[in-house]
Every structure is written in C-alpha cells, then in structure tokens.
Write a protein that binds this ligand. Sequence first.
Ligand code: UD1
Ligand code: UDP
Length: 381
Amino acid sequence: MKKLKVMSIFGTRPEAIKMAPVILELKKFSEIESIVAVTAQHREMLDQVLRLFDIRPDFDLNIMSEGQTLFDITSRALLGLNKVLTEAKPDVILVHGDTTTTFAGALAAFYHQIEVGHVEAGLRTRNKFSPYPEEMNRRLTGSLADLNFAPTETAKENLLRENVPAEKIFVTGNTVIDALLKTVRADFKFPEEFSRINFDKKIILVTTHRRENLGEPLRQVYKALKALVEEFSDIEIIFPVHKNPKVREVVKEELGGLDRVFLTDPLDYEPFANLMNRATLILSDSGGVQEEAPALGKPVLVLRDTTERPEALAAGTVKLIGTNREKVYNAAKLLLTDAAAYKKMAEARSPYGDGHAAERIVKALLWKHKFSSERPEEFTG
Ligand code: UD1
Ligand code: UDP
C-alpha cells in the first residue's frame, strides 16, 4: 500500500512546541511519510524549539522580517507554500492553532485541493477582534479543515454549533500537555546563566506579546509589575521578553535596570517550562501558558479581556484580569498576601490533556485513510 504523505506546516514558537509531539509520533509509523515545512514566521524562537525536539524541516521558507505586517506574512507564506505543495504533493497537511501561518497553510492546501487537518481546532471567543487576528485565523482555518482535532469537549461543541459534522471531529486533548510532560522534571538543573536568580524568593514569571496589547496596555501592565517589585521585597520577577521590537522597547523603558527584575531573551522551552514549575505566580497574555500552568498547579493572571480557553477559568486556576494597571496590581497583590485565595487557584488540574493527544491525532489519520479500522478513543478530560 502506498504510504500516506503527511506534511506538517507551521511557523512560530507555540506551533512548533505543539506540533513537535505530533511529528515525533508520525515518525513511528512505517505507513506514513512525514514531511515538515516551516514558514519561519518566527526565526530564532522557532529554531529554539526545532533544536530541542531535533526536528529538521524538509522545507524552510524563512519569511520573517522585522516588524512584519499581516499582509507580509500571509502573502509570503502563501506564495512559498504554493511551491512547496507543488513539489512535495502531500496527501494531507496538518496546521496548528491560529497564527497567520496556520491560515495561509490551510488556504494553500485548499487551493491545491489537499486535505487539511487542523490541530487545536474549535477554540473561540466569538469576538472577531480579540484576540486579533487569531480568532479569525482559526475560524477561517476551521472552514477549510477536513479533519478537526479538538483539544477539549468544549472545542468540539463550538464546532458542532457551526455545523461541522461530528465524524470530522476528534477530541484529542491538547498536544501542549504531551510536550510539557516530556519536558518538566522535578530534578531539572537550570543552566549556569540562571544562577543569578534567587530561588529563595517567590518567582513571578511574566510573558507578553499579544498584538491587541501592544503599546499602552502593555505599559500599564509593566507599571503594575514595577509597583509590585517595589512593594514586595520577597519576590523576583523573571520576564523572558518576546523578540517583537514593539514589546521590547516598552519593557526596557518601564522595567530596565530594576532590582529583582530579571529580563532575558526568550528562553528555550526546557528551562521555561521548568521555571513555570518553580514559579509562585504567572502573569501572561499567552495562549499556551494558560494551558500549561494549570497542569503544574500554578495560578495564572491572564493579561487579556477575552479567552478562547474557558476550561481553566472554570477550573479556577486562571483569572482574566486584562491590562489595567490597578487591576493587575490588585490581583497579584491578593495572591501574594492571601494564602487562602492563592491555595484556591493553585490546585493542579489538567483540563487540556493527558499527554496522549499526538497518539490520538496520528491514530485518527490512519483510521481516516483506512490504514487501521480503529477510530481513536476520545480524550474525556
Ligand atoms: C505570532 C502570531 C501569534 C502567536 C505568536 C506566538 C500572527 C499574526 N501572530 O505573533 O498568533 O501567538 O506569534 O509568539 O500569526 N521576531 C523576531 N524573532 C523571532 C520571532 C519574532 O525577531 O524569532 C520579531 C520580528 O521583528 C517580527 C515580530 O517579532 O516581525 C513579530 O512577529 P509576528 O510573528 O509577526 O508576531 P507575534 O506577535 O510574534
Ligand atoms: N515559551 C517558551 N519560552 C519563553 C516563553 C514561552 O518556550 O521564553 C513557551 C510556553 O511554554 C508556551 C509557548 O511558548 O508553550 C507559548 O508561546 P507564545 O506565548 O509565544 O504564544 P501563544 O501560546 O500565545 O500563541
């Protein structure tokens, strides 16, 4: 029987982290030829993940430019992927989540009439502009998808509500939990450059990058962080700063040179995930961090007004607080001073996965293409 040619297409750090377990799983099956194409919408941040999981792309479009616009990313990815798909002729492509690479990848495959599998399908805020452009990227990708790998039952329900046929949806859990469980270890030794961090203090880990938060909203968050570090002498803020120059400028202006604020370049996934595991509290506007932290029992204050990840909100391990300076300051202060409020949020729960999402995704592909008669069991939470 002819092998099933599966091409994984991705471009940014979170897509790479969440596709890595799938690529490692695809490799295990002799029935599958696994091909990797990266747009490199991110460069250094993507390469950090490729190195960690030893993934060597077959195609690398290298499209990133400083200050790239959505038009730059979409057009460069689409034109580059046209050539890649023409040459490699995969039977099915996999895209992940909600970036502009995700949408361009699905659209390119559609133009070639190639089957589209959407990993992390069905997340919704129902607010067209929040997060921007991710909400529309995932809805548009959803319209083009033939196979929808929904991480949770809630995501499946979102798709059913949009009239996606049930047989095209597989509830798999989120592959980020597969990646996390492979990476976090109680005995992890931090590299030498972390010796500056005083782990006897309470670690507050921060990440920010959302387009809708750029400028004044992020400045307000950083002012709140500054006030916190001035008030609490027992905390240390660790802030790996996203490569986006629009983020870096404001971080430097507001937090540069402060005592007990450790600003670094983006961290490799291994130390970052293990730092999450050592943190007292996490403040972030990231999607992935909202999924990982609950599995580690770490409270997350989400620096956004909306979330497409309601499961952790329901479980009580994350709180949506937005970017208002007072609100951020008060929410963090409460968790630093009220042990009962902290304990209520800090219980380990894993609504997003059990570490077997990639296995379910690959089983579903084999089943769909009649290499196996067994439809995978669903993740039930
Ligand atoms: C992108 C995704 C967002 C995802 C985020 C994860 C879009 C429109 N946005 O946002 O959904 O949550 O990635 O981090 O798809 N840069 C570098 N080196 C890197 C990465 C970025 O220098 O390795 C700089 C470049 O100047 C680049 C800028 O950051 O132009 C912004 O990158 P971009 O991919 O456009 O947007 P993100 O905010 O990273
Ligand atoms: N992450 C990382 N190094 C860092 C910051 C984050 O490896 O310095 C990981 C984090 O654990 C998560 C992913 O990057 O898995 C989230 O990426 P990001 O916040 O950029 O994107 P989003 O999830 O919001 O799309």
